[in-house]
Write a protein that binds this ligand. Sequence first.
Ligand code: TXA
Ligand code: MG
Length: 328
Amino acid sequence: MTDVTATTSDIEEAAGVLRAGGLVALPTETVYGLGANAEDPAAVSRIFQVKGRPPSHPLIVHIGGAEHLDDWVGHVPATARLLAEHFWPGPLTLVLRRGPRVPLEATGGLETVAVRVPDHPVALALLSAFGGGVTAPSANRFGSVSPTTADHVRAELGDAVDFVLDGGSCEVGVESTIVDATGEVPAILRPGGVTREDLEAVLGRPVEVPSTSEVRVPGQHPSHYAPRARVVLVEPEKVVVEAELAQELGHRVGVFLPPGFGGAEVKAHAVVPVPGSAAAFARGLYGYLRELDQQGCDLIVASVPAEEGLGLAIANRLRRAAGPRATA
Ligand code: TXA
Ligand code: MG
């Protein structure tokens, strides 16, 4: 995390904004969230207006510690308890039975609720000062790329948010892993910052991951996390040739140059050398997509990394960015 500028008095002010029914953009270790008092249905509804998100898409309730879990959910199976104790604070979201404190506005009408404890000092300080739960989706307009700096939030949401807490750039860079923990056999609904391998090590058994095209819950549509430029995915060894061909055909091409192809002269509009480590790629991913948009690219040529460790979440986001777009 770099350049945290939020002060104690900013955190107090932001907690006051939440109490008054306002919206606060807050840093987490994954991406920035657009937060509201989870128990204030009107404030929660404003999140959907500001994001342009359909009201059926459920939100995540952020809480200050695993010890508060039972205040927000119904039955907690033993496996869910184990995961919470092991991974919180951290990039893991647990879907559990909804408790009475959570309004249906926050769950898109579902009888389950997604909960997590973010691992970021500014988010934890805000949750502690506020004292309640904060519902927060990623602080971007519906369908677009999640923000990983306070500047991204300001550029995307401007005056629509009442207060922006600046916690520097996000360490993980992709969203939390969402696990359906309502039953005794947990399943991954969205790969993210906690890897499948991490989960399997703690649970001592394999964990199921759905394919990208499978829409399991509202909010997991194939086209999501998308920049303005169209994204095309090819094999790593075809990235350069495909990019140069498209550039020759008149596109303004942005290239995600896979590790190992560094130093290649690519005749394209903009080139991003992809870092060799999955953690660094995840951290940079959304910033690169924004940057290529800003440079005026209309086409991005990339390849997906090996789908292991954090590579699974990166591949999921790239496939969704490349997914079919709604035309309406
Ligand atoms: O890392 C993150 O998870 C970030 C930071 C801000 O915490 N938040 C985030 O929120 O990515 P959002 O709203 O962009 O994505 C949350 C996803 C929803 O799209 C939905 O698919 C899933 O969580 N979700 C929420 N409640 C659910 C529920 N009750 N059952 C199944 N999925 C749920
Ligand atoms: Mg999102």
